[in-house]
Design a protein around this ligand. Structure first.
Ligand SMILES: Cc1cc2nc3c(=O)[nH]c(=O)nc-3n(C[C@H](O)[C@H](O)[C@H](O)COP(=O)(O)OP(=O)(O)OC[C@H]3O[C@@H](n4cnc5c(N)ncnc54)[C@H](O)[C@@H]3O)c2cc1C
Length: 413
């Protein structure tokens, strides 16, 4: 496995990348360079699997980077991390985008079942047999490693939508099933961004010369992409997805014993600010809820093992028992058996984990026994994630100040 689902491995990756997070990142980040012998790259961090799983928090990554570089030097890297937080906040305020994506994806799969031409085109795309060398290269890389460089994701999505003319939801589903960092917000909204649905009417067109330029260092590069679409007319959709402002839950205070729930997007206690010591750790990983179709091994194993390792670490850190809530109908029994009424849950963002767990959590919410933790970074950022990223970008420095993350030149080593 390219990514090891432990906090130790995430921290090691962060420390290894820190020297490159400043101006070097800004200069080289767009290159889809080949990985080194250890399978990892040096021009991008590849921290996304640990960030998505909540094994590392965005705030601690930014904090570590700004302890080594000024905000000016690391502006690009810090703003990329804020893209992640922005997308989460945006989807949180427009959950209908996720619901529509799930419904439209299922309908698109039905269409494949009834249309052999579409079925063939889809099979060629997901098996890396389109004849577009660059695209087929990324398909193989994605299914084998569970990772794609950001630029490759953009080119891939653009070719999928505008050259292969396949439904964007099927491409987003393919990514979610294979990306170790597969994320409801970043993935869905990035595919929509490429297709012209996020920034209305603005699309991303993959061009062969641009692909060649940024893949020149690949062993089989520069990658060739012949026969690409020459224009990218924006996709259209009905209806508009209206915004509902976020109502954050209050700060968590629990006077009685409580269980801590670790899940696919919050798998480690060290990345969460807890109100007190938990009496029980419950782990619930639901990677297969990402899609009605089969998941790639890398994505499935990372998610399941991150939660498994997370409950072991938390059990040891708090010297308390742990339990796996692995299938539907078990939660009430686990809590009853431990004689615990309260459950503290790190925020379950819009997406499959919430969809898979919420039915069993809602009775606890109704009885006032469910307590949701929202990170300070999400609280400070999401209110600005109303429209375009610029709304967040211009607030980055003040948000860092609010979180007491030093961002001036003097603090950086
Ligand atoms: C079509 C498409 C689908 C995508 N799907 C996902 C997904 O499912 N999960 C996911 O985490 N990211 C997704 N991204 C965003 C981005 O490609 C990845 O976060 C990034 O490539 C991860 O690699 P890295 O950790 O080396 O990034 P770095 O360049 O090292 O960036 C540091 C961190 O910033 C965040 N980040 C960087 N770029 C972006 C971005 N454009 N949008 C949001 N966050 C970003 C990530 O958390 C990343 O780990 C997608 C982008 C596209 C174009």
């Amino acid at each position: 496995m390219l990514f090891t689902p432990t906090r130790q491995a995430g921290l090691a990756r962060l420390n290894h990348f820190l020297p490159n997070a400043g101006r070097a990142y800004e200069k080289s980040r767009n290159y889809d360079d080949p990985p080194a012998d250890d399978g990892l790259r040096s021009n991008v961090s590849q921290l996304s699997p640990w960030l998505h799983a909540g094994v590392l928090s965005e705030a601690e990554v930014v904090d570590a980077v700004l302890a080594n570089h000024s905000l000016k030097a690391a502006e690009k890297f810090v703003s990329e991390v804020f893209w992640r937080v922005y997308f989460k906040g945006y989807l949180e305020q427009r959950p209908s985008i996720w619901r529509a994506y799930c419904e439209d994806r299922d309908e698109a799969f039905d269409r494949l079942d009834s249309n052999s031409g579409l079925r063939t085109a889809y099979a060629e795309a997901v098996e890396g047999r389109t004849g577009i060398a660059a695209f087929d290269h990324w398909t193989n890389e994605l299914t084998q490693t569970g990772y794609l460089h950001n630029h490759a994701r953009m080119w891939f999505a653009s070719i999928w939508i505008f050259t292969l003319k396949l439904d964007w939801q099927l491409g987003a589903d393919f990514f979610l099933r294979h990306l170790v960092d597969g994320d409801a917000a970043s993935n869905t909204l990035s595919w929509r961004w490429v297709g012209g649905l996020h920034t209305k009417g603005k699309t991303y067109l993959a061009r062969a010369d641009n692909i060649a330029r940024y893949t020149e260092n690949q062993p089989d590069g520069p990658l060739k992409a012949e026969g690409l679409a020459s224009d990218a007319p924006a996709l259209e959709e009905e209806p508009e997805h209206g915004r509902t402002p976020i109502e954050f839950p209050g700060e968590v205070e629990v006077d009685e014993p409580y269980a801590l729930l670790l899940h696919d997007e919050a798998a480690h206690h060290s990345a969460i600010s807890l109100p007190s010591k938990p009496s029980l750790i419950i782990g619930a990983a639901r990677p297969t809820a990402r899609s009605p179709r089969d998941l790639g091994n890398s994505a499935q194993e990372f998610a399941a093992q991150a939660v498994e390792n997370g409950i072991d670490d938390a059990g040891a850190a708090f010297d308390c028992p742990s339990a796996q809530w692995s299938s539907n109908g078990e939660l009430a029994g686990i809590l009853d058996q431990a004689g615990i009424k309260h459950l503290v849950v790190p925020y379950l963002p819009t997406g499959w984990t919430r969809d898979a767990l919420f039915d069993e959590l809602s009775p606890l919410q109704e009885s006032g026994h469910l307590h949701t933790i929202v990170s300070d970074l999400d609280r400070a950022t999401w209110p600005y994630a109303k429209a375009g990223f610029f709304g967040v970008k211009k607030k980055i420095e003040s948000i860092l100040g609010e979180l007491s993350i030093p961002s001036d030149e003097a603090q950086a080593a």
